[in-house]
Design a protein around this ligand. Structure first.
Ligand SMILES: [Zn+2]
Ligand SMILES: [Zn+2]
Length: 185
């Protein structure tokens, strides 16, 4: 392995993509210094897997209709999710990505229905927990905005993902309790 170059800068061209369990592109990875970035694609994959295990039907949303990145429906009830996903980016600005995600949620709120649940899905790594801590509880309540955290644990010979759903303050939806907790790889 080459030693890390002093001051080498990362971008989408000098990084490669690590495959997800389904073979699609997951994290960004720098072959020179082995650094990796928990990408939006990894977050989307884990969120879809979670909702499938919970008995829901996730599918890619219509971006033109401002429906977020992922829509989730349930065969047996009228619950529907509009989920915007964000992740780490080589040489990227996660603060700007988070702000953009919040903006996309506000736009998606043009779709008004009491059955709609909104969420911003992110990897539970820096700087996302710090970003969410800056948002007022009253805004979360008004936007009916959930945080969906994707957590990756490295076991001896495998990688396991978990998803944590945080309901907005003052809500009674108890999403994690209803949908369940699953570990998957
Ligand atoms: Zn590097
Ligand atoms: Zn909830």
């Amino acid at each position: 392995m080459m030693p890390p170059l002093p001051n080498h800068k990362h971008n989408k061209k000098n990084t490669t993509r690590l495959p997800l369990p389904d073979g699609t592109d997951g994290d960004y990875h720098c072959p020179a210094c082995q650094r990796r970035w928990f990408s939006e694609d990894t977050v989307k994959w884990a969120v879809c897997k979670y909702f499938t295990l919970a008995g829901c039907t996730p599918y890619p949303a219509n971006q033109m209709k401002r429906e977020g990145d992922i829509r989730v429906t349930h065969a047996l009830n009228r619950e529907e999710w509009i989920i915007e996903a964000k992740g780490q980016i080589p040489a990227g600005n996660e603060h700007a990505a988070f702000k953009e995600g919040m903006g996309q949620i506000v736009m998606a709120r043009n779709l008004r229905s009491p059955h709609l649940l909104y969420a911003l899905a992110m990897p539970k790594v820096h700087p996302f927990p710090q970003e969410t801590a800056q948002i007022d509880a009253s805004d979360l309540h008004y936007l009916r905005l959930h945080w969906i955290w994707v957590i990756r644990r490295q076991a001896a010979d495998s990688t396991v993902f978990e998803v944590q759903i945080v309901c907005p303050p003052g809500s009674t939806c108890e999403c994690q309790k209803r949908l369940g907790t699953f570990s998957f790889g």
